[in-house]
Write a protein that binds this ligand. Structure first.
Ligand SMILES: C[S@@+](CC[C@H](N)C(=O)[O-])C[C@H]1O[C@@H](n2cnc3c(N)ncnc32)[C@H](O)[C@@H]1O
Length: 344
C-alpha cells in the first residue's frame, strides 16, 4: 500500500520512530522498511512533521496487522464531545508512556491509559504527566494503567539509559540535541556538562569517543546515581566523571575546558557569566533557554553581553530545540570564545 513516508539514517531511526509516535504521526498499520543505511517510516497523511527529522517521500509498504488501530484515540470509548479533547501526542520513555490529559478528561484517565498500553508495543505502564517541578525538575506523575513504577531503561541514540522519571529529569524530546552536540565535539576536547541530569549529553559524547574527558555535574544525587548505573554498562565509562554538586560550588574551583553545556533553561542565566570564565580561548558554550518566539534574536545579543561581551564572545549558532508553549520555544544558543592566537 502506498503511503506518505519519512526516510532517515538508520542511526537516527529509533529517535525518529519515537518522535513520530509521540506526535501521533507514525502509521502503525504499515511495516517500517529497512533499506541499507536507511529506515523508511510510514507517516499519517495529515500529520505535521518537524523539519529536519528526515527526508519526506512516498513509498510502498506492507500492511502490518489489519486489525491494528491507526491511533490510540481509536481505542478510547468516549462521548463525541469529549473525544475531540483527546491529545494526539504522548511520550514514550523505555516501557513507560506519558500523556498530558486536559482537566475535562481526567475522569477518563484509566481508559486513556489502557488504550495507550494496547496501542504502544511493549508498553508496561501509562502515566498522566503533570510537568516538571522544583530546582531538580522532577516530573509529577500519576499512574493511569499497567504495572507500578516509573523506573525504566530508555534507548536514545543507540545508548541504553537508566531513567527514573519521578526521581530525576529526563525528556525524550532532547534526543536530537544530545546527538547534535556530541557530533560537534573535536578530538582531545575536555568538556563540562553542567546540570547534566542523568547524563545524556555526557554519555553520548563519551560513546562518540573524541573527547578526552567529560565532567558531568548535577545537584540531584538521584540523577548522578542513575548516570553511574548507565555508565556501569558502558565500555567507555572511564571518560566520564559524574559529580553530585551545585554548579556554583563546582565552578568556583573548575579547571579550564574546551566546551561547556549548560542546560537549565529557566535559571541557567544566573551561571552564564561564571561559565564564560572557565572556557579556553577558541572554546564553545552550549546554552539553553526558554525564550519568547518574538525576540529570540535580541535575546542572543543580550546573552553575548552576559557571557563576557562582544570583544571576547560571538554567537555561532541558534536554533529551536522544540516548542515549549504557544508563545515560547526551548532555544539552543552556541557561543564561541575568541582565540587571540588565531586572530593574530
Ligand atoms: C533540564 S534538567 C537537565 C537535563 C539534562 N542536561 C538533559 O539533557 O537531559 C536540569 C538539571 O539541572 C539540575 N540543577 C538545577 N539546579 C542546579 C544547580 N544549581 N547545580 C547543579 N545542578 C542543578 C537539576 O537537578 C536537573 O537535573
Amino acid at each position: 500500500m502506498k503511503s506518505r513516508a519519512l526516510v532517515v539514517r538508520r542511526t537516527h531511526g529509533e529517535n525518529a520512530r519515537l518522535e513520530l509516535m509521540r506526535l501521533g504521526a507514525l502509521r502503525t498499520d504499515l511495516r517500517i522498511l529497512r533499506d541499507g543505511d536507511w529506515v523508511v517510516l510510514p507517516v499519517v497523511e495529515s500529520a505535521e512533521i518537524p523539519s529536519g527529522l528526515g527526508e519526506p517521500s512516498k513509498r510502498e509498504f506492507e500492511p502490518l496487522r489489519a486489525a491494528h488501530a491507526r491511533e490510540y484515540r481509536d481505542l478510547v470509548q468516549l462521548p463525541a464531545t469529549e473525544r475531540e479533547l483527546l491529545p494526539r501526542s504522548f511520550d514514550i520513555v523505555g516501557d513507560v508512556v506519558l500523556i498530558r490529559i486536559p482537566p475535562e478528561l481526567e475522569r477518563w484517565g484509566p481508559d486513556i491509559g489502557e488504550a495507550l498500553l494496547r496501542f504502544v508495543p511493549g508498553a508496561r505502564i501509562a502515566g498522566a504527566d503533570h510537568g516538571v517541578h522544583g530546582t531538580e525538575r522532577r516530573r509529577r506523575l500519576v499512574p493511569l494503567a499497567g504495572a507500578e513504577g516509573f523506573r525504566t531503561i530508555h534507548r536514545e541514540n543507540g545508548i541504553a539509559f537508566d531513567v527514573d522519571l519521578e526521581q530525576a529529569y529526563f525528556s525524550p524530546r532532547l534526543a536530537r540535541e544530545h546527538a547534535r552536540v556530541a557530533e560537534d565535539v573535536e578530538v582531545g576536547e575536555e568538556v563540562d556538562d553542567l546540570c547534566c541530569g542523568i547524563g545524556p549529553f555526557a554519555v553520548t559524547i563519551a560513546r562518540d569517543g573524541r573527547a578526552r574527558r567529560i565532567t558531568a555535574v548535577d545537584s540531584n544525587p538521584a540523577a548522578i546515581a542513575l548516570l553511574r548505573s548507565t555508565l556501569a554498562r558502558c565500555p567507555y565509562a572511564d571518560r566520564v566523571e559524574p559529580i553530585a554538586a551545585d554548579v556554583v560550588a563546582f565552578l568556583s574551583s573548575a579547571r579550564p575546558v574546551d566546551r561547556v553545556i549548560l542546560n537549565l533553561p529557566h535559571e541557567g542565566i544566573k551561571y552564564l557569566p561564571s561559565v564564560g570564565t572557565i572556557v579556553r580561548p577558541g572554546g564553545v558554550v552550549h546554552y539553553y533557554e526558554v525564550t519568547a518566539r518574538e525576540g529570540a534574536d535580541m535575546r542572543a545579543e543580550d546573552l553575548v553581553n552576559r557571557i563576557g561581551g562582544r570583544a571576547h564572545w560571538s554567537l555561532i549558532d541558534q536554533h529551536v530545540v522544540h516548542p515549549y508553549s504557544p508563545q515560547d520555544d526551548l532555544v539552543a544558543f552556541q557561543f564561541a570564545r575568541a582565540d587571540p592566537a588565531e586572530d593574530a
